[in-house]
Ligand binder design. Structure first.
Ligand code: KG4
Ligand code: ZN
Length: 335
């Protein structure tokens, strides 16, 4: 019998639906909310309203593209958390209602575990144990994955997420939200060694990104005193220096974690995994140590339901289901 899992993602500012058909992602429909760029960040109430508008058309399109009927679904996998409560509630309530109406199981998916599950969408798949650096707007973690459903966080940020450091840095440079992709774009033509930013030195596998943002703020204040055009004239070199410092901090810990745990399969996941320098660094480090590097396709790095459907498929196979009394969890623990 065929297994069709509908995946739904609504934890932040993307409303997305996807169908996993017998372990393969057949489509990944994403409605990105543009409204937030006017406000310099995601406005939770506006996100919830946009999810409400988008959820039915997005799911409908995914079902049609997969060429199946609703009553063929085996289960619905949905992001239970972490995320914005109002945004999660839209996807989660919709998923529960659909499960109730179709009398099929609900699968509670952890958003950050799903970012890692994106590695099992396109072959070659990583073998276990797999060490994944999971980097997004809200999280920065090093996760050791021992099987499709066994995850262990071995390091994480003590303050800001690296995506936040990208976005806040971009804001200081006057770039619109989300600034991460723009820093990446400007950095391509910049000299990473022209301006130096301080790196935090936290013990073990943990990170801290709040210092570098403050460092950038003071640096800009100082430079702007003597040259009000400093940012416009140096945007590429500033972005290149700032980006290379952030990526260096990430890579140092990923390498240490992989070496100490004797893991030969390393990867990156989450929105910041779309960063071109991080992608090339992971490949070159793996080459240097004789490890295997895994990087999901762009559309499966930033928030998407393909990763939710894939995580849900493996939970379905392992018989891990939710209950109709379950609720979305904005601060869902990583167990
Ligand atoms: O995983 P994601 O789509 O949403 C969350 O779960 O947070 O990650 C969004 C984050 C934002 O901080 C965004 O600026 C960052 O990913 N991002 C990038 C790039 N593309 C997205 N950061 C640096 N370089 C990029 N190319
Ligand atoms: Zn995410």
């Amino acid at each position: 019998m065929s297994t069709y899992i509908l995946g739904i993602e609504s934890s932040c500012d993307e409303t997305s639906a996807s169908i996993c058909s017998n372990g393969k992602i057949t489509n990944n429909i994403i409605a990105t909310q543009q409204i937030h760029s006017e406000f310099g960040g995601v406005v939770p109430e506006l996100a919830s309203r946009a999810h409400q508008k988008n959820i039915i058309p997005v799911v409908d399109q995914s079902i049609k593209k997969a060429n199946i009927k609703l009553n063929q679904l085996s289960a619905v996998a949905v992001t239970q958390g972490p995320g914005l409560l109002g945004a999660l509630l839209v996807g989660y309530s919709f998923a529960k209602s659909l499960c109730y109406a179709l009398d099929i199981p609900l699968i509670n998916v952890h958003h950050m575990k799903a970012h890692i599950a994106a590695h099992f969408i396109d072959e070659p798949f990583p073998e276990f144990p797999f060490m994944c650096l999971t980097v997004s707007g809200g999280h920065t973690q090093i996760v050791l994955m021992k099987s499709y459903t066994e995850f262990k966080v071995i390091g994480q940020t003590k303050d800001d997420a690296v995506g936040e450091a990208f976005d806040k840095g971009a804001k200081l440079l006057g770039l619109p939200y989300p600034g991460g992709p723009l820093i990446d774009k400007y950095a391509v033509n910049g000299n990473p060694n022209k301006f130096q930013f301080s790196k935090s030195d936290i013990q073990g596998y943990d990170f801290s990104f709040s210092g570098i943002k403050t460092n950038l703020l003071y640096f800009l204040r100082e430079q702007l005193k003597s040259n009000p055009q400093f940012v416009e004239e140096n945007i590429e070199d500033i972005c290149a220096g700032y980006q290379s410092t952030l990526i260096d901090m990430l890579m140092k810990k990923l390498i240490k974690a992989a070496k100490d745990h004797k893991v030969r399969n390393i990867g990156i996941a989450g929105g910041v995994a779309a960063n071109s320098l991080l992608r090339s660094e992971v490949i070159s480090i793996a080459g240097k140590y004789g490890w295997n590097a895994f990087i999901p396709e762009f559309q499966y790095c930033t928030d998407n339901a393909g990763m939710i459907a894939m995580a849900g498929y493996h939970m379905f196979e392992a018989g891990i289901f939710g209950k109709m009394s379950d609720q979305p969890l904005p601060r869902m623990p990583f167990l």
